[in-house]
Design a protein around this ligand. Structure first.
Ligand SMILES: [Mg+2]
Length: 414
């Protein structure tokens, strides 16, 4: 089997409401680029990458000069063809490699008649548990519903998610409002769900001293971990010396060099593996092996996914022996998907690992076209800008918080 063609299509799929975070906002939708790698036997493998537009589509087209005629089974060689580490000083293609790796694994699974998890060592579990990913949200731009800003709104949001999807873990995405306000919201979540576990993620925008103050204030709650309270391994290490909660990261340990640094002088306890940031599912499996050796925790990170990327997270979650935490996914915020059958279903807070050959998801071409059209109409959005605060700059450490009492309507194209 040889690669014959590579195609990429950028889509945008609406969210229930705009998701606020420490650096800005997801403006009511995700922008993703869907990649199709076609083999000379007619099989098509699927990949997905965050962001997109003309430059992303052109980047994947440019990869044809490297990969047409290449055997998709030679995945290690593909890594050096397009993401050789020293050549990456000029061309950082880690995320491109990830999307192409997903598609090649999908091709191999289809060709060999096995699900991707069987290529990765075989499944240890049939379902992957997920956390409720709770965001502060602006109201839905069309109907004004779903605002999540006050303590009561957040509890109601988390309760609705738990009732609908069965979550037993709640993650609060924070770093938006003053830390003391977010502490009040987090404590209220803990009180509302005393038997469930919790995790808190301010996206690294606090000072080390603020991280220590907050971390000490939540000791004794049912925390899985405190995620990226501060940006940088040294701030994380200083926080870890003063706070008796495991620290987790998806920002300062996202490659093997950083993982080695963290093993030699530990700053982080739990490594959140992202199939895109690390350059593929196989890189995450390798990193999990290092974590297993040094007895660091692992969990599955979400950088905002449609069904293809979600499938990569499920196959990853299926094969990790040391996955001791629920995975993260933005997925439940989506209103639709571009795969056949629509959105994958949660049951009891978990999603079944696909068992069809390959990634086990099929592209719904009508949906792909519908959301490619929507992307052409709406274009990209600035992830690192807040539509409610156009003059705001997200500095680190931050001291320019949003006002939790501000309830004016924000205009977001939708
Ligand atoms: Mg995070």
């Amino acid at each position: 089997m040889r690669i014959r063609d590579i195609r990429a299509t950028t889509v945008t799929v609406p969210l229930e409401a705009p998701l606020r975070h420490a650096n800005g906002c997801h403006w009511g939708r995700f922008v993703r680029t869907i990649v199709e790698v076609e083999a000379d036997n007619g099989l098509v493998g699927l990949g997905e990458m965050g962001g997109g537009g003309e430059s992303a589509e052109a980047m994947f087209r440019a990869m044809k000069s490297y990969l047409v005629g290449h055997d998709p089974a030679r995945l290690e060689e593909m890594r050096f063809l397009i993401a050789n580490p020293t050549a990456s000083l000029y061309n950082n293609r880690t995320q491109v490699l990830a999307a192409l790796e997903f598609a090649c694994l999908d091709l191999l699974g289809q060709q060999w008649g096995v699900p991707v998890c069987d290529i990765l060592g075989g499944r240890l579990r049939d379902r992957v548990p997920f956390a409720a990913y709770c965001f502060f949200r602006y109201p839905n731009p069309r109907n004004g519903t779903s605002e999540t800003r006050t303590v009561d709104q957040m509890i109601e949001h988390a309760r609705a998610l738990k009732n609908r999807f069965g979550f037993q873990t709640h993650k609060l995405k924070a770093g938006v409002f003053p830390p003391d306000y977010e502490l009040e919201v987090y404590r209220a979540l803990g009180a509302a769900f005393p038997k469930d576990s919790l995790r808190f993620d301010p996206n690294g925008v606090w000072s080390t001293e603020q991280a220590i103050r907050f971390g000490q204030a939540i000791e004794g709650m049912r925390n899985d971990y405190l995620e990226d309270p501060v940006y940088g391994l040294n701030g994380m290490r200083r926080t870890r010396e003063m706070v008796r909660i495991p620290l987790a990261t998806n920002t300062v340990v996202v490659n093997f060099e950083q993982l080695a640094a963290n093993v030699l002088d530990t700053a982080v306890d739990v490594i959140l593996l992202d199939t895109t940031f690390w350059g593929g599912i196989r890189a995450c499996v390798k990193a999990a092996g290092v974590c297993e050796t040094f007895q660091l925790g692992v969990a599955v990170h979400s950088s905002g996914e449609l069904g293809i990327q979600l499938a990569t997270m499920l196959h990853l979650g299926a094969v990790l022996p040391n996955l001791s935490f629920a995975a993260d996914a933005h997925y439940h915020h989506l209103t639709d998907d571009i795969i056949e059958g629509g959105l994958m279903q949660y049951e009891g807070g978990s999603i079944a690992v696909p068992d069809k050959p390959g990634l086990g998801v099929t592209l719904n071409r009508a949906k792909l076209l519908e959301y490619a059209d929507l992307y052409r109409r709406l274009g990209p959005y600035p992830y690192d800008k807040d539509p409610g605060r156009p003059q705001w700059t997200p500095i680190v450490p931050n001291d320019r918080w949003a006002d939790p009492n501000e309830d004016r309507v924000v205009d977001v194209p939708y």
